[in-house]
Write a protein of this length. Structure first.
Length: 101
């Protein structure tokens, strides 16, 4: 899937933005966005609309110095928050986003 296709599908899935057809045509075969894609996809509003408020659980482990055991814990957060954090740290956030289209 091209960056342009990811961009269009993600916006439609989030139902927040409707890409203007004239703008899409002007891009041609390459993605020459007239603004920074990160400015849209790395916003809380987009992430909430795209992934929703469902809870996401992360299993973690912590060890204290001198201890022979691991202490396990769960972190609970909204799905949108987890995925937004993942996109921020990815070199290619659009490729991460494409896994959910």
């Amino acid at each position: 899937m091209t960056d342009k296709e990811i961009y269009i599908k993600a916006l439609k899935k989030a139902e927040l933005y409707t890409p203007d057809e004239e703008t899409l045509v002007s891009w041609g075969d390459s993605l020459q966005v007239p603004f920074d894609i990160r400015a849209i996809f790395l916003r809380h509003q987009f992430a909430k609309a795209f992934w929703g408020e469902n809870k996401f659980y992360i299993r973690g482990e912590s060890t204290e110095e001198g201890q022979d055991y691991n202490d396990e814990f769960d972190i609970e957060m909204p799905a949108w928050q987890y995925h937004l954090q993942q996109m921020v740290i990815k070199e290619e956030p659009l490729k991460y986003l494409s896994k959910f289209l």
